[in-house]
Design a protein around this ligand. Structure first.
Ligand code: ZN
Length: 503
C-alpha cells in the first residue's frame, strides 16, 4: 500500500480517468471537425472501447474503497480537498447506482430510438418514433427509481443536468415566465413599430464572417494559445484541459449574424472553462457545475453583450467594412434592431430571446407529464400542437416542425431542456449584479473593452468550478436565490424600447 493519504491517492486515480475522458473528447472533437466519412465505423468502435475502459476504471471496487476511505476522513480536510472528495463521491455514487445490464439496455434503446427518430423526422411521421419514445420513457422511469427521488421521478432526471433543482421549483418559475413572456410576445406582434429587416436578405462572404468571429473572440478574452476555433455542422465547445478549450462555429451565407452569435455563445462556454483554477486541473472540480450555469455564460455573451446597442456601436464600422458594400447604408441601430427581431416560430434553435423560453416550457410540461404518467406517448403530437398554439399563437403544420424537431428524447435526455431556460434566468440575474458592480460596463463595451466583465465572471463564477452548487453560486454572486424577475425585467426593458411598447 502507498503511504499517501486516501484523498491524494483518490485524486491520482481519478486523474487517470480524466485523462481517458480527455482522449475520448478529443476523438469526438475530431469526429465533428476533421474526420473523413468512411472513418465513422472505426471511430465508433474506438470510442466505445475507451468509454468502457474509463467507466470500468471509475466504477471499480478499488475506486469504491478509496472513495469510502477518503470520505471517512473528509471532515479533517481543508475546504478544497473536502469539496473534491465530496464531488468525486457524488459522481461515483451516480455512476454505480445503475446496474450494468440496465445501462446496456438503455444504450441499446437509445441508439435504436435515434435511428428511428432520424427517419421519423425526415418523413414527418411520429408513428415511426412512437414505440421507441414509449420505451425510452419507461426506461427513464426505471432510471429515476435507481437514482431515487422524493417527490417526482422527474426530479431524479433533472438532477443529472441541474444539481439540486426540483420539478416543483422549475414548475413555479416557468408558470410565471409562460404568462409574462406570452403577453410580451403578443404585445410585440400587435405593435406598429416593426424593424425593417428586408435588407438582410443578401449573400454574405463566409471569410468575412469567419474573420469577424475571430476578432470578437479575441476581444472577449478567449485565449487562442489555449484553444482554437474550427467549423462544424453544430457549434459546440469542448476541453481536454484548462489550457486546451476549443470552440466551433458555422457560417450561414444568407445570415450575417449567425456565425457571430454561434461564436459568442460557444466563446462564453469556453471562457468559463478557461477560467477554472489552475490547481484544479485534472480533477473533477475543473468542470462546469451544471448545464444551467454553463448556459448562463454562453447566453450572457451571446445575447446580453452581442445583441446590445453598445456592442454594435463599437463593431459597426468593422462589420460594415468586412461586408462592403452590402451594408454600407446600415447604422449601428439598424444592425441592433435586425439582430433582435422577434418572430414566433416553430423551431426552438431559431427562436429569439422573447420566445425561446416558451419553447422550453412546453417541452418541460410534456416531459413531466410523460414521466409522471399523466400523458400517453401517442398523445404527444396533439398536446405539443395545442401548447404551441397557446404559447406562440402558431398552428404546427407537421410533426417535423413540431414534436420531432429535437434530438434530445431520442438520446434519452429528459430533464435537459429546462437548463436552457434556467441559463437565461441565471444570466439575467448575474448581469443585473454585474451592472450594479460595474457602473462603467456599457462604456467599456462601447470601447470594445470586455476585461472588466470577464474579470467579474472569473471572480464570481468561473473560478469555483464545481465547488458551489448552482443555487449557491447564484446566491453568493447576487445575494438572492435564483428568480425569474431579472430576466423578465431585462426582456421588458429591452424589447419594450425596441418595439415602442408602453409599460
Ligand atoms: Zn450552449
Amino acid at each position: 500500500m502507498s503511504d499517501q493519504p486516501p484523498h491524494e491517492l483518490l485524486k491520482e486515480r481519478v486523474g487517470e480517468v480524466i485523462d481517458l475522458r480527455a482522449a475520448i473528447a478529443l476523438l469526438q472533437w475530431d469526429q465533428e471537425v476533421n474526420m473523413p466519412p468512411k472513418a465513422a465505423e472505426a471511430r465508433g468502435r474506438q470510442l466505445a472501447t475507451l468509454s468502457a475502459i474509463a467507466h470500468e476504471r471509475f466504477t471499480s471496487a478499488d475506486m469504491g474503497a478509496l472513495v469510502a476511505e477518503a470520505a471517512s476522513e473528509a471532515k479533517t480536510l481543508d475546504y478544497d480537498a473536502r469539496r473534491l472528495v465530496e464531488e468525486t463521491a457524488h459522481d461515483y455514487e451516480k455512476a454505480t447506482r445503475l446496474p450494468t445490464a440496465f445501462v446496456e439496455k438503455l444504450a441499446g434503446a437509445e441508439s435504436a430510438a435515434y435511428e428511428a427518430w432520424t427517419r421519423a423526422r425526415k418523413e414527418s411521421d411520429f408513428g415511426l418514433f412512437k414505440p421507441h419514445l414509449a420505451g425510452i420513457v419507461e426506461l427513464l422511469r426505471q432510471k429515476a427509481d435507481y437514482f431515487g427521488y422524493q417527490d417526482s421521478p422527474y426530479d431524479a432526471l433533472l438532477d443529472e443536468y441541474e444539481r439540486g433543482m426540483t420539478t416543483k421549483a422549475v414548475r413555479e418559475v416557468f408558470a410565471e415566465l409562460a404568462v409574462e413572456q406570452s403577453k410580451l410576445v403578443a404585445a410585440i406582434a400587435k405593435s406598429s413599430v416593426q424593424p425593417d429587416v428586408a435588407w438582410i436578405d443578401q449573400d454574405y462572404d463566409e471569410q468575412a464572417q469567419w474573420d469577424f468571429t475571430l476578432r470578437v473572440l479575441r476581444d472577449m478574452g478567449y485565449d487562442f494559445d489555449a484553444g482554437r476555433q474550427d467549423k462544424s455542422v453544430h457549434p459546440f465547445t469542448t476541453n481536454f484541459d484548462l489550457y486546451d478549450v476549443r470552440v466551433t462555429t458555422r457560417m450561414d451565407p444568407r445570415d450575417p449574424f449567425s456565425a457571430l452569435t454561434g461564436s459568442m455563445h460557444e466563446g462564453g462556454h469556453a471562457l468559463y472553462e478557461q477560467g477554472f483554477r489552475p490547481e484544479d486541473r485534472r480533477t473533477l472540480l475543473a468542470e462546469g457545475v451544471s448545464l444551467g450555469i454553463h448556459e448562463s455564460q454562453s447566453r450572457m455573451w451571446e445575447n446580453m453583450i452581442g445583441r446590445s446597442l453598445p456592442f454594435w456601436r463599437h463593431y459597426h464600422h468593422e462589420f460594415v467594412r468586412l461586408h462592403a458594400p452590402r451594408l454600407d447604408q446600415r447604422t449601428p441601430e439598424d444592425l441592433y434592431r435586425a439582430i433582435n427581431r422577434v418572430e414566433p416560430s416553430f423551431i426552438r434553435v431559431e427562436a429569439d430571446e422573447c420566445t425561446y423560453n416558451l419553447h422550453i416550457i412546453l417541452r418541460f410540461e410534456i416531459e413531466v407529464d410523460l414521466i409522471e404518467g399523466r400523458l400517453r406517448v401517442d398523445e404527444v403530437p396533439e398536446c405539443w400542437n395545442a401548447k404551441v398554439k397557446q404559447y406562440l399563437g402558431l398552428d404546427v403544420p407537421n410533426d417535423a416542425k413540431g414534436c420531432l424537431q429535437d434530438i434530445h428524447w431520442s438520446h434519452g435526455a429528459m430533464g435537459y431542456f429546462p437548463t436552457y431556460a434556467l441559463g437565461n434566468l441565471y444570466a439575467a440575474q448575474l448581469f443585473e449584479q454585474i451592472q450594479r458592480d460595474l457602473p462603467g460596463l456599457w462604456a467599456d463595451v462601447e470601447r470594445g473593452d470586455f476585461a472588466p466583465l470577464l474579470g467579474w465572471l472569473r471572480e464570481h463564477v468561473h473560478q469555483y468550478g464545481r465547488r458551489l452548487l448552482p443555487g449557491e453560486l447564484i446566491e453568493k454572486a447576487t445575494g438572492a436565490k435564483p428568480t425569474a424577475e431579472p430576466y423578465l425585467n431585462y426582456l421588458r426593458k429591452k424589447y419594450g424600447a425596441l418595439y415602442g411598447l408602453t409599460a
